[in-house]
Write a protein that binds this ligand. Structure first.
Ligand code: PDD
Length: 277
């Protein structure tokens, strides 16, 4: 397995960054997770556009063009002979003395890690997964905006610890106003009376590429969709529920905080056939 670091390739063993990298010291960096099917990276342009938006929001000049990043991703897949892959690209602020001043870092560190794509067990898709509502709230957009796909992931990690403690697959975080926001690494959808709903971007979430694809596809399939502010009591009373991201695609939910949900609902049955390539 070859890892790309600033235009060079290293074996997994030798792929190292400095302890003075501000990504390591402060979580100062951004990333994207993508997936390829049969050699084609799903929605690569949208991922790279989101990467640039994240970079802009943390005042990071990543010094590569969109095309250069795209070529580097495909080159890395080729070198690793991967067709169905998990791909993670990240840019850290770079190596610099200790201190928060971003000017201490002269050059960002660009990393691409690829791996064989590992599908979650089929039973998860068939029987659904357990999710819980976390005590940990999603960062407020005016503190660390969830729109930034940041390497600073402690907010999500704290919620993930709660999920593990309660034996759940995913934790859903509320925003500070008490509305449903998103999972630690996923967006959430619910179906009530035939209407597909998901928290609106105004709830302070990452605009998932999968979320957008599902909203667009559902509209084409004449499923009624609504981006809304959703409260916990509405979530507990849903007809169907699923979570989404690049790696899991569409994952049906079988229970929320122990309340059971139908995993064979009409809307999920139609959407789960969507292709991610
Ligand atoms: N996570 N919300 C959060 C907080 C996420 O971290 C992710 C993605 C999503 C879904 O976004 P998308 O559909 O573009 O994958 C929503 C990725 C998979 C990760 O952290 O690896």
């Amino acid at each position: 397995m070859k890892i790309f670091i600033n235009n060079r390739y290293y074996s997994k063993r030798n792929a190292k960054v400095s302890i003075f990298d501000h990504g390591y010291l402060y979580g100062d960096g951004i990333y994207e997770t993508m997936r390829s099917n049969n050699g084609v990276v799903f929605k690569i342009d949208e991922h790279i556009t989101r990467l640039f938006r994240s970079a802009k929001m943390i005042y990071l000049d990543i010094r590569y063009s969109k095309q250069e990043i795209k070529s580097a991703v495909y080159r890395t897949l080729k070198i690793n002979k991967l067709k169905n892959a998990y791909i993670r690209i990240s840019f850290s602020r770079g190596i610099g003395e200790i201190g928060l001043d971003t000017a201490l870092c002269k050059k960002p560190v660009f990393v691409i890690i690829t791996n064989k794509f590992r599908q979650y067990p089929k039973e998860y898709y068939k029987n659904g997964v357990k999710i819980i509502i976390a005590e940990t709230r999603r960062n407020h957009p005016k503190s660390l905006n969830p729109k930034i796909k940041s390497n600073n992931f402690l907010n999500n990690i704290l919620a993930k610890i709660e999920a593990k403690k309660r034996n759940a697959f995913e934790s859903i975080m509320l925003n500070l106003d008490g509305f449903i926001a998103e999972g630690t690494v996923s967006n959430i959808f619910i179906v009530k009376n035939g209407i597909l709903m998901t928290p609106s971007l105004k709830c302070g979430i990452l605009g998932g590429i999968t979320r957008k694809y599902i909203l667009e596809s559902a509209k084409k399939m004449k499923i009624k969709v609504k981006e809304a502010k959703i409260r916990i009591n509405e979530l507990y009373a849903v007809d169907e529920c699923f979570i989404t991201n690049t790696s899991i695609g569409i994952m049906p939910v079988r229970s929320i905080d122990g309340r059971r949900i139908n995993v064979k609902g009409e809307v999920i049955k139609r959407l789960i056939k969507l292709k991610f390539n």
